[in-house]
Structures are given as C-alpha cells and as structure tokens.
Design a protein. Structure first.
Length: 239
C-alpha cells in the first residue's frame, strides 16, 4: 500500500467516524425532542385533569359552603338574639337593694294609709263619744228648763214685772242661748203636721176648724241636739 492509499483510507475512516458521530448526535436530539414532547403532553394532560378536578370540586365546595354560610348566619342570628335576650334579662332582673327599697316603700305607704285611717276613725269616735256625752248632759238639763217655764208661766201680770221674776226670766233665756250655741234646737210642733219622728201624740181631738193630723197643743217641748232627737215633743193632734 502506498502513501496515497493510506491517506485515502484515513480520510474515508475519518469521514465514516464523522458521519457516525453526526448520526448519533441526530438520534440523541430526536430522543430529547421525543422525551420533551411526551413530557409536554403529560404535563398538559395533568394540567387539564387538575383543572377539571378543580372545576368539579368548586361546585361541591360552593354547595358545601352555602349551608355552612347559612348555618353561620343562623348561628349569628341566634347569637344576637341570645345576646338581646340576655341584655333584656339583665334589665328585667332587679337588684336586691332595689327590691328591698321597693318593699320598704310599700310598707311605709301602707302604714301611713293605715295610720291616716286610724286617725280619722279615732276622730270620728271621739266626736261621737263627745256628742253622746253632751246629749246625756242636755237631756238631764231639759227638766230644769221645763221647771223654769212652768214657774214663769204661773206668775200673774203683776208678778211678772217684779225684780225676782225678771231675774229668773233672764237666767232662763241665758241658759237657752248657751244650749242653742252648743247645738240644741227646739222642735217646732204647734200648728204643724204631725210627724212621728219628731212628735209624740198623747191626745186626739176632732176639730173641723183645723186640718187633718195638725198639732193643736203642745204639752211638753221637744229638742234636737246636732240633728239627733233628744226628746220628742208631747202633743195633741186634731182629726
């Protein structure tokens, strides 16, 4: 083999090596591209699956969250109502001191009312007892007045002008004025219609000159003390 042949062989070997290297590089690049394509498809598929799962999960989440929100709102309302109730309950509850003060005020008012009623009742009882005692005294004095009237009526005209008769008449009138100022009044009976509440008829007479049930004569005067009859008038009634 000569030198030219050797150079040609070297060149041909080198070319084969270069072509083989280029082929290997091309195959490697194709392999990388294929793997990158597969990875890209896998990633896209995974992303689509994840998006689909997320989309499917979102309605469930919204559906699940809606009752939870409703429950939360109801719980919030219940809580607010409970707070309001608790607030009003606190207002309704009274302090023990306030209750004691109210009880004491009620007791004081009741005692004041009872004392006022007791005072009025005792005043009426005192007045009634005083009037009863005064009526008893007046009733005992009335016979004395009757005796004054009988004594003065028995005097003749000359004796009535005497000093003694004049003095007795003044004492009699003074006694009547004092009793009248105390509430004693004489019952009108003569020439009036008979009244059984005021008059005591002891005689009856027929007389056409007067009307029916008319008092024609008074035997004993009657008296009233503060609207209460102390003694009925003793009278004679006609017709």
């Amino acid at each position: 083999m000569n030198a030219k042949d050797l150079e040609n062989a070297v060149k041909s070997g080198t070319a084969e090596d270069v072509s083989a290297g280029e082929n290997e590089k091309a195959e490697a690049e194709e392999t990388v591209k294929a793997e990158s394509t597969e990875n890209t498809g896998t990633a896209e598929n995974a992303g689509q699956e994840e998006n689909a799962g997320t989309a499917e999960a979102q309605p469930e989440t919204s559906e699940n969250e809606a009752p939870e929100n409703a429950d939360g709102q109801e719980n919030g309302k219940d809580g607010s109502n409970e707070e309001k109730r608790g607030f009003f309950k606190k207002k309704d509850k009274k302090d023990k001191r306030d209750e004691q003060i109210a009880e004491l005020n009620d007791k004081v008012l009741r005692q004041m009312a009872e004392f006022d009623n007791y005072r009025r009742r005792t005043e009426k009882e005192k007045e009634a007892s005083f009037d009863n005692g005064a009526r008893a005294v007046v009733e005992k004095i009335l016979p004395v007045i009757d005796n004054f009237e009988r004594g003065l009526a028995s005097l003749n005209e000359e004796e009535k002008t005497g000093a003694f008769a004049t003095g007795m008449d003044k004492i009699y009138r003074q006694m009547l004025d004092t009793l009248s100022a105390s509430g004693l009044k004489e019952i009108e009976a003569l020439n009036t219609e008979f009244n059984p509440d005021l008059h005591n008829a002891v005689m009856h007479v027929e007389d056409d000159s007067v009307g029916e049930n008319i008092v024609v004569e008074v035997f004993q005067k009657g008296y009233i003390y503060k609207d209460v009859v102390v003694r009925h008038a003793m009278v004679k009634v006609a017709n």
